[in-house]
Design a protein around this ligand. Structure first.
Ligand SMILES: [Cu+2]
Length: 215
C-alpha cells in the first residue's frame, strides 16, 4: 500500500518539527562591476528593486575619516537611515553637504560628532570637508531595501524574493549621465552573475589631484 506523495506532506513534516516551510523561494544572484579594462570596480552602488523601504533600519551607518579621506568613500543607505561621521584622524574635520537631498554641516570636530544625520530623501549626497578640499565622499540614499556597494572584487550579491527586471548601477566616477545606468537582468538566471561594464574616469589619476590633496 504505497502512500501517495503529497506536496503538502513535506510542509506538514516541517511544521511538525517546528520549522517553518519556505513559502516563496528566494532568488539569489550577483552583480559584477568591471571597468573599461575589465578590472573589478569597487564603490559601485547597485540597487535591486523589489521591496520598497517602509521603515528605515535603525542601524546607524558610518563614514569614517582616515588620513584625510572619507572611509569608505561610498556608502548606500535606505531612505530615512542615519549616518555618523567619526573622525579617526588626529586633526579636526568639518563635514558638510550642499546636495539637493540634504544640506548639513557639522561643527569642526575631533573624534565623533554629536548627533547622526538622517537622510530622508533618496538620491546622492556629496560630502566635503571645509578644511580639506580634496576630501570627497558619497552617500547614496535608496528607496529600495536591496541596495549595496561593490567591494574590491567588484561584486555584490543579492537574495530577494525574485530577480527584478532591471537593476540600477551608480558610481561617482562613471561616465554615464548622472553616474547612473539602468541594466536589464534578462540575461541572468537564478544563482547567476550579471557582469556590468562601466566606463569610469578616476579623478585621482588626473593631473593636479595629488597636489590638491597635499595642500
Ligand atoms: Cu577635513
Amino acid at each position: 500500500m504505497a502512500s501517495r506523495k503529497s506536496p503538502y506532506l513535506f510542509a506538514y513534516l516541517l511544521c511538525a518539527l517546528g520549522l517553518t516551510p519556505v513559502t516563496s523561494l528566494a532568488a539569489e544572484f550577483a552583480v559584477l562591476v568591471v571597468d573599461q579594462q575589465g578590472m573589478p570596480v569597487a564603490n559601485a552602488v547597485i540597487e535591486s528593486p523589489g521591496a520598497a523601504v517602509s521603515i528605515a533600519p535603525s542601524q546607524i551607518a558610518i563614514i569614517d575619516q582616515v588620513n584625510k579621506r572619507f572611509v569608505p568613500m561610498v556608502i548606500a543607505v535606505q531612505r530615512g537611515q542615519r549616518v555618523n561621521f567619526p573622525n579617526n584622524d588626529n586633526i579636526r574635520h568639518h563635514v558638510y553637504s550642499f546636495s539637493a537631498i540634504k544640506q548639513f554641516s557639522t561643527e569642526l570636530y575631533a573624534d565623533t560628532p554629536g548627533a547622526p544625520v538622517a537622510f530622508e530623501q533618496s538620491g546622492v549626497a556629496v560630502l566635503g570637508c571645509n578644511i580639506h578640499d580634496s576630501m570627497v565622499g558619497y552617500i547614496y540614499v535608496s528607496d529600495w531595501q536591496n541596495v549595496a556597494v561593490s567591494d574590491a572584487s567588484g561584486l555584490v550579491r543579492f537574495e530577494q524574493s525574485a530577480i527584478p527586471e532591471q537593476i540600477v548601477v551608480w558610481h561617482p566616477w562613471s561616465n554615464d549621465t548622472d553616474n547612473r545606468r539602468t541594466v536589464s537582468t534578462a540575461s541572468i538566471s537564478e544563482g547567476g552573475t550579471l557582469e556590468v561594464q562601466l566606463s569610469i574616469t578616476n579623478p585621482e589619476r588626473a593631473f593636479g589631484f595629488r597636489a590638491l590633496r597635499d595642500q
